[in-house]
Design a protein around this ligand. Sequence first.
Ligand SMILES: [Zn+2]
Ligand SMILES: [Zn+2]
Length: 346
Amino acid sequence: MKAFVYHGPKNMSLDQVPNPVIQRPTDAIVRVTTSTICGTDKHIRNGGLPEVEAGRVIGHEFCGEVVEIGAGVNKFKKGDNVAVSCITQCMECYYCKRGIYSRCENGSWIFGYKIDGCQADYVRVPYADSGMYLIPDSLADEDVLFVGDILSTGYFGAENGSIQPGDTVAVFGSGPVGMCAMATARLWGPARIVAVDIDESRLEFAIKQGWADYGLNPQKVDVTQALKDFTSGRGADVTIEANGFEPTFKGAIAGVRPGGTVSVIGVFEKPQILEMQNLWIQNITLKMGLVKANHIPELIDLIKEGKLNMKPLITHTIPLSQVAEGYDIFEQRRDNAIKVVLKADA
Ligand SMILES: [Zn+2]
Ligand SMILES: [Zn+2]
């Protein structure tokens, strides 16, 4: 089969590799019908995650058709169309039993990282019963494509923010994950959602889609002051860091009010400084983590009822055979690319 393989930093290619096979009774083999490229893949491609071994098929955000199941898979059958979580969870280890699925001792985020991922014709899904979700007949792959990763991550960021009705929420980073955080933050009924990014087109886009109410460009305005102006001088009740870099991290810390919550969902490559000499007295709650993708059924339901629609994020759709170009388009944000979707070759 075809697969997009990591050979080392800045060295990936579309290769012919053997098809995946069932290794354990709880595995399923899925024919990948639709996949997408995640910001994390960019980190891998550039060597930011050196633990990824050469020869690894990358990709972890996808939908597909079940073509084979192991003897221990009970919830699915051949021919089922499924959305797949980027988090593999065994449901039996110390962390799974405590609901911290993202730290599953037999899984966690492993697709396209520790095991072969989805930028391929086929992929092996371990613990299929707890990692796959049926796509309702009324929905297409593209409707639910993001539930397994960025939409769950955005939701996780908003949930960790403990947003209250009437709150002011500022999301630092108006990329795909940031916009998913904005869209899901709405579910808690904040008074206003403020997008922060240096890319004006992405601020405008988030507002146009109704995900954000305001956009702030730190190169043009003092974001901390602007957030105070929205809130009688206090600062945002909740800030969500969705970028993974120093300016957005600093901005999220500086922008929150005393007693507020900073929720971090960005993926960081470098250490960050917390200025505890100023922060200790602020009673700020700082939360972070790898997505807990345990609300996928609810997210699919919200999509089905028209309460959430992240499809506008899809700016480019190309066949898997052009995956390398897809990564270039995504990374260079060519033609204002936000999410690049890969379809199985006909
Ligand atoms: Zn991802
Ligand atoms: Zn587990």
